[in-house]
Design a protein. Sequence first.
Length: 329
Amino acid sequence: MVLVLTASEMEQVADLPATIDAVEHAFRDISLGLANQPPPVSMSLEKSSDSNFVLLGGLGDHQNLAAVKLLADIPSNSERGLPTQRSAILLSNRETGEPQALLDGRVPTRVRTAAASAVASKHLARPESSTLGVIGAGALAITHVQAMLEVLPIDTVVVWSRSSTTVDAFCHRISHLGPKVVKATSAREAVEAADVLCTVTPSVEPLVKGEWFRAGLHVNAIGARPRPEHREIDSAGMARAGIFVDSMDTALKKSGDLLMAVADGSIAIQDVRAELGDVVTGAHTGRRDAADITLFNSVGIGMQDLAIGRLLFDAAMSRGIGLRVDLGR
């Protein structure tokens, strides 16, 4: 039997603190060789079309699952009044191969992405970091604020977005969380105020400049689409920071932030310090000192989907949520 879970059902059972812990364990498992994290597979047809389909997979011993997500990345959907990204996640039992769950990808992707940023901030940001800068103010930005509050003593959030309406909605949605919220008048103001910066926009051209980085800053650059020509951080920013990635294989295929800085000669691939999992296990040093500028660049990996998929499946089963379907009938 396969459990089918909708976005609204997963909103009921999604647990951000548990997801942060599960994603941290997934990164650790990758580093220790207890998980298989292959590079993504990208599929497109016509050069004139902006449609891109990405397969992200993962195999985890600890979770006893294999997972694959099909992500449709279609920017022109905005002209049709449709989401520009859609995805679905299939979970299968690692030992028997039996399909166990089919999940709409929207909620898992949002929550596990924020969880990964929280894990990176826990291990790379200065532990006393109290001011969070956010570039972008949509649903992913809101979840990032919630995630940062789980790992750092954040008391101030400085937010900037091109849309004042979106910023107003953001402020309303996080007003109950406790931190003081400041509406920045520019991206630069948000960056320069931050101890930790989260960039959560589907930007093509960089919105954030390295010349704005203060000593000691930690950046989570996670918003750009999984395309080598899209980025949020300019080359100077990548050059000023110590770069950490979720997966080198994935970054070398899909991170425009990294690849465009390499292409123009600002950095070399060898300048990437480590994968985050190696920092989690202690195999590699993270932040070197209080003045170090660190940057976590992620376009997402299948093990993150697998980690939250395990949690959502177990929670839904225990609460009797979802539709069970016999695909083999």
